[in-house]
Design a protein around this ligand. Structure first.
Ligand code: 4IP
Ligand code: ADP
Length: 423
C-alpha cells in the first residue's frame, strides 16, 4: 500500500511538476534571535522588511569545487562546454505554491546545483501519436542530436531540463511559463529572453523548447541572480495562513544553514511553511535589502558555488561579483550595457507592467572571448495581474499590492557593476 501510495505520488508529481518534502526530522536546539537586514545601497531598500521573519546571523551552505576526476573528454553536443558529470539534487518547475502547501508527502529531492549532464528525450517507439504542438517543433531529433548535452544548471529543479536539438533545450512544462512566453511575443523584452520554440509533448510529458543560452559561449562562466524583494506569491501567503502546512524538507534546509533558524514551535513540529522558509531565505540573503540575490556561480575553471544563502551585504555581493568577472573591464562594461538595455526595455514593456515577476532570474554568461550577455529566465511564477492593474516594480511590497521590487534589484545590480568598473 505504501508502494502504491508512493507510485501515485510520483505520478502526481510528474504531472504537476512539483516538489515533495522529506520525511525525517532531527532533534535540534531551540533558540531564535531576531535581526534586521543589513543596510545596502541606500535607504530605499531599507523599506523592504518582511514581517514575521526570525533568523540568526550564522549558517552554512553548499560549496563544491570540481575535481579533476569530474572532468572527462566527452560528446558535448554544442561543442561549447567541456564535460562534466555529477549532479546532486532535484525539484521541479512551476511548482505551484498552492500544491506545495497542500502536500505533506515526501521524497528525497532537492535543488539542482551546478554542472549536469542533460539526457535527451528517448523515443520509446510507441505507435500512438506522441506529440502535440502549440507551435513549431522539429521532432524527432536526429540520432546525432539525441546525444547527451553537458550543461550548466545553477538553480532550479534537477531533472527539469533535457537536451534537444542543437542550440535548444527542453524545460518541463509549466502552463504559467508558456503563457508568459506567448505573451512576450512582440514585447520589448523579447530580445532579452531565450527564444521560445513552442511546446513538445512526449509520452504524456510536456516540455517547453527554448534556446540554450550557453551555445554562444566557449567554456562559459555563469551566474544566476534571482530577482525581486519577494520570491513567493501572495497567494502562497494567504494559503499558508488559512491552512498552514509545515514542510519537513524546508525545515531541514533551514536547519542545515542555521540550526537556530526555526522557532521553538517549528522545531517541535519539525516543519516550516513555504512562505516562512522563503521569507527567511530573503532576509538572510540580499533579496529583501537589495532586491536580488546570487543563487549560483559557475566559473570556467570548473568551480561551482551555490553557497550564497547568507551573502547579504553590499561588500559581500561585490566580492562575489569580482570573483565571477575577474578584472576584465570589457566584460564588466558589456554586462553594464546589457543591464541598462534591459532596464530601458522594462520601462516600455507592456508585459512587465502587467505581470508580478516572482522567482525570475537574470542569467549572466561570459567567456574568454569577451562575449558577455545577461538574459531574463524562469517565468514559472510570473503571473498576470487582473485586467487594468499595473505594477511599478520599484516600490516596497505590502501584502495586497503585489509589488515585486524587480526594478530595485536591477538598479542595485547596475550599481554593483558600476562599483566594480570604478575599482
Ligand atoms: O533555493 P532554496 O532554498 O532551495 O528554495 C527553493 C527555491 O526558492 C525554489 O525556487 P527556484 O525554483 O526559483 O530556485 C522554490 O521553488 P518554486 O520556484 O517552485 O517556488 C522552492 O520551493 P518548493 O519547490 O516549494 O520547495 C524552494 O524550496
Ligand atoms: N535557456 C537557458 N539557457 C541556458 N541555461 C538555462 C536556460 N534556462 C535555464 N538555464 C539554467 O538552468 C537554471 C535553472 O533554470 P530555471 O528556469 O530557473 O529553472 P526552475 O524553473 O527549475 O527554477 C538556471 O540557473 C540556468 O543555469
Amino acid at each position: 500500500r505504501h508502494t502504491e501510495r508512493k507510485k501515485s505520488r510520483k505520478n502526481k508529481r510528474k504531472q504537476t511538476n512539483k516538489k515533495i518534502p522529506n520525511e525525517s526530522c532531527d532533534e535540534l536546539p531551540q533558540c531564535v534571535e531576531r535581526i534586521e537586514p543589513a543596510s545596502a545601497f541606500g535607504s530605499v531598500m531599507d523599506a523592504h522588511r518582511v514581517p514575521q521573519v526570525t533568523i540568526t546571523p550564522d549558517g552554512g551552505g553548499f560549496s563544491r569545487e570540481m575535481k579533476q576526476e569530474d572532468w572527462e573528454e566527452g560528446e558535448a553536443v554544442d561543442g561549447s562546454l567541456r564535460r562534466k558529470l555529477s549532479t546532486s539534487s532535484v525539484s521541479s518547475t512551476g511548482s505551484s505554491a498552492v500544491e506545495s502547501e497542500d502536500d505533506l508527502l515526501s521524497d528525497n529531492e532537492s535543488k539542482s546545483k551546478g554542472i549536469i549532464t542533460l539526457e535527451p528525450l528517448v523515443d520509446s517507439g510507441e505507435t500512438k501519436p506522441w506529440w502535440k504542438l502549440k507551435t513549431i517543433v522539429h521532432w524527432p531529433f536526429s540520432a546525432a542530436q539525441r546525444r547527451k548535452l553537458n550543461w550548466v544548471q545553477l538553480a532550479g529543479h534537477k531533472g527539469n531540463f533535457k537536451a534537444a536539438d542543437e542550440g535548444s533545450i527542453l524545460k518541463k512544462f509549466s502552463e504559467n511559463e508558456v503563457q508568459c512566453f506567448e505573451r512576450l511575443r512582440g514585447d520589448a523584452l523579447l530580445p532579452f529572453v531565450p527564444l521560445y520554440h513552442g511546446v513538445v509533448e512526449k509520452d504524456g510529458e510536456s516540455f517547453i523548447r527554448m534556446d540554450d543560452l550557453l551555445t554562444a559561449f566557449d567554456l562559459p562562466n555563469v551566474m544566476d541572480c534571482k530577482m525581486g524583494v519577494r520570491t513567493y506569491l501572495e497567494e502562497e501567503l494567504v494559503r499558508a495562513r488559512e491552512r498552514p502546512k509545515p514542510r519537513e524538507d524546508l525545515y531541514k534546509k533551514m536547519v542545515e544553514v542555521d540550526s537556530e533558524g526555526p522557532t521553538a514551535q517549528e522545531h517541535s513540529q519539525c516543519g516550516v511553511t513555504k512562505p516562512r522558509y522563503m521569507q527567511w531565505r530573503e532576509s538572510l540573503s540580499s533579496s529583501n535589502t537589495m532586491g536580488f540575490r546570487i543563487d549560483g556561480i559557475k566559473k570556467c575553471d570548473g568551480t561551482c558555488r551555490t553557497d550564497f544563502k547568507k551573502t547579504r551585504s553590499e561588500q559581500d555581493i561585490i566580492e562575489s561579483f569580482k570573483d565571477f568577472v575577474g578584472d576584465n573591464v570589457n566584460i564588466i562594461q558589456s554586462y553594464l550595457s546589457r543591464l541598462m538595455e534591459i532596464q530601458q526595455a522594462l520601462k516600455t514593456s507592456a508585459f512587465f507592467k502587467q505581470h508580478e515577476v516572482i522567482g525570475s532570474s537574470l542569467l549572466f554568461i561570459h567567456d574568454h572571448t569577451g562575449n558577455a550577455q545577461v538574459w531574463m529566465i524562469d517565468f514559472g511564477k510570473t503571473t498576470a495581474l487582473p485586467e487594468g492593474h499595473v505594477l511599478k516594480h520599484d516600490v516596497p511590497w505590502r501584502e495586497g499590492n503585489r509589488e515585486d521590487g524587480y526594478l530595485l534589484g536591477l538598479q542595485n545590480l547596475i550599481r554593483t557593476m558600476e562599483a566594480l568598473s570604478s575599482e
